[in-house]
Design a protein around this ligand. Structure first.
Ligand code: COA
Length: 277
């Protein structure tokens, strides 16, 4: 199999649809898949025709987590050098996705196990199918949820839920995942793509420079004191102003106060009227 076969990419109307594409292996993440994902993220990140990235899965799975044969057993057979290399490759693209230039949405269609929580957390938003199933199966085969997964569930969930999933390996479905706030919302599988497209289009209307600063701020401020966060957000807004060559915030004020053509409380200003500086 060619390397690019394990990830599929389709760009349409500003949305990059990226899929785990090893359905016959339930989209388990092999070293080949991890390397290919990094290349795909590289190729898409600064493309003008991409405003939002959606990460989905082909077949019945979103991702069955790390590939037990190719990621664990075969790299361990190569010794520490092989293990560390495969860890760098997987953690590398998860990190790249966490700080991706464009907003990202996990569109979870089916199984999401263990290591799959890495890219799930890396995506800014997550829309699930009611039929999807989530589980920390690590305990069932004798390891702890590593590769950042324990950190992910502790950051996303209350301690009792994080502990329950970790110790029992119990499955939850999309609706339970939404109730737990592991994902933003859950819809029937036959509405998943439609709903994800709606959410992506909502994001495509916003100022793209501001989106990047805003999403990074949400991830960064959690570990800061109030004063540090206040200062960081002032600096980030100033950096955002510098990078936004359309002076979007001034245009946003102009369209509301002078033109009276929209209300910021009810939607975004019209980006097409902004003049590049
Ligand atoms: N690693 C390696 N191979 C995997 C895999 C994984 N994480 N998940 C699935 N596969 C492979 C199976 O070995 C099987 O391969 P084969 O056709 O060569 O025998 C193929 O994918 C299909 O899997 P199968 O178990 O027959 O599919 P299913 O639909 O009946 O069950 C799962 C789906 C996801 C419930 C089941 O495959 C599973 O439990 N996978 C492991 C999940 C896991 O523990 N992941 C955590 C890793 S940290």
């Amino acid at each position: 199999m060619e390397e690019q076969d394990v990830v599929s990419v389709h760009v349409e109307d500003g949305i990059a649809w990226v899929n785990f594409a090893r359905p016959e292996k339930r989209n388990a993440m092999s070293p080949t898949l991890n390397r290919r994902m990094m290349d795909v993220l590289d190729e898409l990140e600064f493309r003008e025709d991409v405003g939002v990235l959606v990460l989905g899965g082909e077949g019945t799975a979103w991702s069955a987590g790390m590939d037990l044969k190719e990621y664990f057993r075969e790299t361990e057979a190569q010794g520490l050098r092989g293990v560390r290399k495969s860890q760098r490759e997987s953690y590398g693209w998860f990190r790249r996705l966490r700080w991706f230039q464009k907003p990202t949405i996990a569109m979870v269609n089916g199984w999401c196990f263990g290591g799959g929580f890495g890219p799930l957390f890396a995506c800014d938003l997550a829309i699930s199918a009611d039929e999807a199933k989530y589980g920390l199966s690590e305990i069932n085969w004798g390891i702890l949820p590593g590769g950042g997964v324990t950190k992910v569930v502790v950051d996303l969930l209350p301690m009792r839920d994080a502990m329950w999933l970790t110790l029992t390996g119990d499955l939850i479905d999309g609706k339970q995942a939404a109730a737990m706030r592991l994902v933003n919302e859950s819809v029937p599988l036959d509405r998943l793509k439609e709903r994800t497209t709606e959410v992506a289009k909502m994001l495509l209307e916003k100022n793209p420079v501001t989106l990047k600063f805003a999403k990074d701020a949400v991830r960064r401020v959690g570990l800061m004191t109030y004063d540090e966060a206040e200062d960081y957000l002032v600096r980030m807004q100033e950096a955002c102003n510098f990078h936004d060559k359309t002076d979007g915030r001034k245009e946003g004020i102009r369209q509301f106060i002078d033109e009276k053509s929209y209300k910021p409380g009810l939607g975004a200003y019209d980006k097409s009227k902004a003049q590049p500086r």
